[in-house]
Design a protein around this ligand. Structure first.
Ligand SMILES: NC(=O)c1ccc[n+]([C@@H]2O[C@H](COP(=O)([O-])OP(=O)(O)OC[C@H]3O[C@@H](n4cnc5c(N)ncnc54)[C@H](O)[C@@H]3O)[C@@H](O)[C@H]2O)c1
Length: 346
């Protein structure tokens, strides 16, 4: 299948690009190359004959029309987004523009292309979203595909807006969409502003490892390569108009997660003292959701996907990857905002 992947120079998008090429698909990677993009993420496939790159912004309808016409994709996997909650607190406008407006412009470009080509039956628009659209859980319960939306951050509200647009383009125009909502990803190539890379890199530098509030917030953790396979599975076998929750079935309190990372680092790269001593509680994120947990029975039962990596083995692989790829993260640490406390504007 020829797939147009948006955001394919980012963390998850690049895992999708690598996995799609490995499965024999053709990929057109469309990315605006924002601060979060990294060309090295697709280095393993950059010279592959099945790979093409287009630098474009999803808000640019003319560029999208040209790219659809030039490449004639059979499917779209939409991952391009502003993705960092803390940045959304300091600057929400960019999130509304890319995640809401950009998704609308992309949907329109896809719809026009699909209509002009006679509405081919196999065409798919897969929209990648987050479990954060469902808001916060208490100590028990899980998000299902029918949980009402209740986003609490500008990021999750903008993703919720994009999900509603995707739903409407299906209901109104018949565009063959599928959407997915997944939990926190981790793994190789995650931009060094998110919790896990920040913890690893601060530990290695002997700097305080910041944990928001008292570290009580619970997240479900999904290994990025498992997520990429789930998305490709949903694209190929998912039911049009349906949503699928994707989770790693690996819940952890932030404090326990960071402690586990410290123990893995103690084993793989022992420091002068146990890394756990560097853990430092810092002011909480405003509006910080307490707990996310995913019920992923639908994708398990209907599409036969399940996470293959346990949290401990995935974290071990991730830590090893950061140890082996110093040049990758050192270059990104020079980018604007990285290494600074963001998201305190509220
Ligand atoms: N990271 C997670 O844990 C997580 C969890 C659930 C869902 N998601 C969703 O998965 C998708 C990918 O997340 P990620 O963590 O890989 O993000 P990322 O920030 O690492 O990458 C985003 C990519 O999109 C590109 N991009 C941004 N704005 C663009 C625009 N206007 N036009 C074209 N390209 C643009 C960037 O250049 C970058 O390469 C997002 O839609 C995000 O909401 C992420």
């Amino acid at each position: 299948m020829k797939i147009l992947v948006t955001g394919g120079l980012g963390f998850i998008g690049s895992a999708v690009v690598r996995a799609a090429i490995a499965q024999g698909h053709q990929v057109v990677n469309l990315d605006a190359m924002t601060y979060a993009a990294c060309e090295a993420n697709v280095a393993p496939v950059a010279d592959h004959p099945a790979y093409a790159f287009e630098k474009a912004d999803i808000r640019d309808g003319a560029a999208l029309a040209r790219i659809f016409a030039a490449h004639e994709p059979e499917a779209v996997m939409h991952l391009a987004a502003e993705s960092h909650v803390d940045r959304s607190i300091d600057g929400p406008a960019a999130f509304v523009e890319t995640n809401v407006l950009g998704t609308a412009v992309l949907l329109e470009a896809a719809r026009r292309f699909w209509s002009e080509r006679g509405r081919p039956e196999g065409f798919r628009f897969l929209h990648v979203s987050t479990d954060e659209v469902y808001g916060s859980l208490g100590a028990s319960g899980f998000f299902t595909e029918t949980t009402p939306y209740a986003p609490n951050s500008p990021y999750s509200a903008s993703k919720a807006g994009s999900d509603h647009l995707v739903r409407a383009w299906h209901a109104t125009y018949g565009l063959p969409v599928i959407h997915t909502n997944c939990s926190n990803n981790y793994g190789p190539c995650q931009f060094p502003e998110k919790l896990i890379p920040v913890a690893i890199l601060n530990a290695l530098a002997g700097r305080p490892i910041p944990v928001y509030g008292q570290g009580e917030n619970v997240r479900d953790w999904l290994y990025v390569e498992d997520h990429a396979l789930a998305l490709l599975r949903a694209l190929e076998a998912g039911q049009v108009g349906r949503g699928y929750n994707i989770g790693g079935e690996a819940e952890a309190r932030n404090l326990d997660l960071v402690r586990l990372l410290c123990r893995i680092l103690d084993a793989l790269r022992p420091g002068p003292e146990p890394y756990e001593r560097l853990i430092t509680f810092v002011a909480d994120r405003p509006g910080h959701d307490l707990r996310y947990a995913i019920d992923c029975r639908r994708i398990r039962e209907e599409l036969g996907w399940r996470p293959s990596v346990t949290l401990e083995s995935g974290l071990r692989r991730t830590v090893q990857w950061y140890l082996d790829n110093e040049a990758w993260w050192q270059a990104l640490q020079q980018r604007a905002g990285v290494g600074k406390r963001l998201g305190t504007a509220a």
